[in-house]
Design a protein around this ligand. Structure first.
Ligand code: ZN
Length: 113
């Protein structure tokens, strides 16, 4: 389950951030996850609950925002927003589509006390 490793690294980053501000309590962590990133929201929430024990994020709340998938054709500007139709090639001109969102996995902000 790679969500556990992700949860642990989110906590590590938050811990460093708290230390930089001379704080030992993390109140909230907001993350953005692309719907095409392969990360399962429920699994990450579950992993976070396990990983935060005994860390400065013990009482922290994890907020997860899902970022919609979007791919664009640089040749004809065709955009694809549904993963269901996902296919690497543009249906109009057959050039390769470029994924512009939906693959991210980042921390938006960390609230410390
Ligand atoms: Zn195209």
């Amino acid at each position: 389950m790679h969500e556990l490793a992700i949860a642990q690294s989110i906590i590590e980053i938050a811990e460093k951030e708290a230390k930089n501000h001379n704080s030992s309590t993390i109140k909230k962590i907001k993350v953005q996850i692309g719907e095409f990133s392969g990360v399962v929201k429920e699994a990450l929430e579950f992993s976070f609950e396990i990983a935060k024990n005994g860390t400065p994020a013990e009482n922290a709340q994890l907020e997860i925002e899902i970022v919609k998938f979007k791919a664009i054709c640089k040749t004809c500007n065709f955009t694809l927003e549904k993963i269901d139709d996902f296919n690497l090639f543009c249906p109009n001109c057959e050039n390769v589509l470029e994924i512009i969102s939906g693959r991210e996995m980042r921390i938006e902000y960390i609230e410390i006390e």
